[in-house]
Design a protein around this ligand. Structure first.
Ligand SMILES: CC1=C(CCC(=O)O)c2cc3nc(cc4[nH]c(cc5[nH]c(cc1n2)c(C)c5CCC(=O)O)c(CCC(=O)O)c4C)C(CCC(=O)O)=C3C
Ligand SMILES: [Fe+2]
Length: 395
């Protein structure tokens, strides 16, 4: 079937995929209708046994000069859980849930699952799709926000895989918009905060002694600043911080009781000399007893499932910090395979199939609905330098 996507190969550069030029016209940033052949579910990947841990960490940190010391420290988190990250099992379950939802809605789109950093790799998924004749793919990355780590890196890996497999002239990969403010993604957090606050107040803790901490992955400040299109001028925190703040506001506006909240960061790595987004969740927790806070609601706003960052950095470390400071804590659920989330992901695919007009697309914040197609230089990592990325406009 003819599609508006095309493959552009410039002489001397790897084949890279770009969306239709139509995507660049007009402020809508909405592509034209596209008959996709399949869905590429793009995950982060994680180890599934002790022997996988170090090779996995080498994949993740490849070419980034993360010191061995830090690798060992992270390996320790995985070892604590038998060398198994739950993330691959989550994605198996998400794939099955998407397939069930697609079947229930009579949508004939196979789901190919591949990871950036562990088997099954993106290479395998794309090769399998191509072998089945499914060459026009729409990707869902298991990450809701704009930034190098949460969007661009997936797109760079798509481009790398298309080049390395030699499929750059055959397969096109578009990507659904960053879905941070899609109701399907946000619902779990709204319900989670409501349930946690109800539990705490039910136990006699007054609402004014509760603090909601929205936690997301810290990133280098330089990455945050460059997240999203530069013309939006979203300040030092860029689109990454702005999107999280906007979603947190939506979650709190949906609550019956007024409760104070903060956006906090977790899982910082990299050298201490390099600025990353702050405050760290643990540092924030330490200040709270002095403000009369008795309980914290920890909301994993930056994550779609209960993977290692949630299980270790929140459920072990932050929970322990809270206990040490005499605070009760409740960690709210991630979307996982919540039906609202799964239905929402299928809706996001259909948006692209149908080129649903911008004003008909569900988006809970004033920032959204975000763009179908990333602008040149969007979320680029200046430390790593320019790498081609699929699912975007020509640089
Ligand atoms: C924004 C963001 C997300 C959310 C978006 C998304 O979900 O994609 C995310 C997710 C994840 N990060 C994960 C694991 C790791 N991330 C690392 C390193 C880093 N992450 C970063 C950012 C993010 N990471 C950054 C800026 C670095 C520093 C390296 C660099 O300069 O770019 C390292 C290396 C060691 C270390 O440095 O800690 C590991 C092992 C796993 C798998 C968990 C599991 O196995 O269950 C998941 C889902
Ligand atoms: Fe990470």
């Amino acid at each position: 079937m003819s599609t508006p996507t095309s493959t552009t190969t410039e002489p001397g550069t790897p084949a890279v995929l770009f969306a239709s030029p139509a995507a660049s016209s007009g402020p809508e940033h909405v592509t034209t209708p596209t008959a996709y052949d399949g869905i590429l579910l793009a995950g982060f990947g994680g180890p599934e046994g002790q022997d996988d841990v170090i090779p996995f960490l080498r994949n993740v940190t490849r070419g980034r000069g993360i010191p061995d010391e830090r690798l060992e420290e992270v390996a320790h988190h995985y070892r604590h859980f038998g060398g198994v990250s739950p993330i691959n099992q989550h994605n198996r379950e998400l794939k099955a849930a998407l397939e069930a939802e697609l079947a229930a809605r009579d949508i004939d789109l196979p789901v190919y699952w591949g990871n950036r950093n562990w088997a099954p790799y993106l290479e395998e998924a794309v090769t399998e799709a191509a072998a089945a004749g499914d060459t026009t793919l729409v990707a869902i990355a298991t990450s809701a926000y704009s930034s190098f780590s949460s969007c661009r890196q997936y797109r760079e890996d798509f481009a790398r895989v298309l080049t390395e497999t030699g499929l750059g002239g055959t397969v096109t990969i578009d990507k659904v918009r960053p879905f941070f403010d899609h109701p399907g993604f946000v619902q779990t957090f709204i319900t989670g905060v409501r349930d946690a606050v109800t539990t705490l107040t039910g136990d006699g803790i007054p609402a004014e002694a509760i603090r909601v901490l929205f936690s997301t992955h810290s990133v280098p400040t330089a990455d945050a600043t460059r997240s999203g299109p530069s013309y939006l001028e979203l300040g030092e925190g860029g689109a990454y911080e702005a999107q999280h703040l906007a979603v947190a506001e939506v979650v709190m506006a949906a609550q019956e009781q007024e409760v104070a909240w903060n956006l906090v960061y977790q899982s910082r790595s990299g050298p201490p000399s390099q600025p990353w987004l702050e405050p760290d969740i643990n540092d924030m927790i330490e200040t709270l007893p002095g403000e009369g806070v008795q309980a914290v609601v920890i909301v994993p706003l930056g994550f779609v499932s209960d993977h290692m960052e949630v299980m270790w950095d929140l459920d072990e470390e932050a929970t322990e910090t809270a206990a040490e400071h005499g605070l009760r804590s409740i960690r709210t659920p991630t979307p996982g395979i919540d039906p609202a989330y799964v239905t929402g992901l299928v809706d996001l695919v259909l948006e692209r199939v149908n080129a649903t007009p911008k004003d008909e697309r569900p988006a809970l914040t004033a920032l959204g609905p975000w763009f179908d197609v990333c602008r040149p230089g969007c979320c680029e990592n200046i430390r790593a330098g320019f790498k081609p990325a699929a699912s975007g406009l020509l640089p």
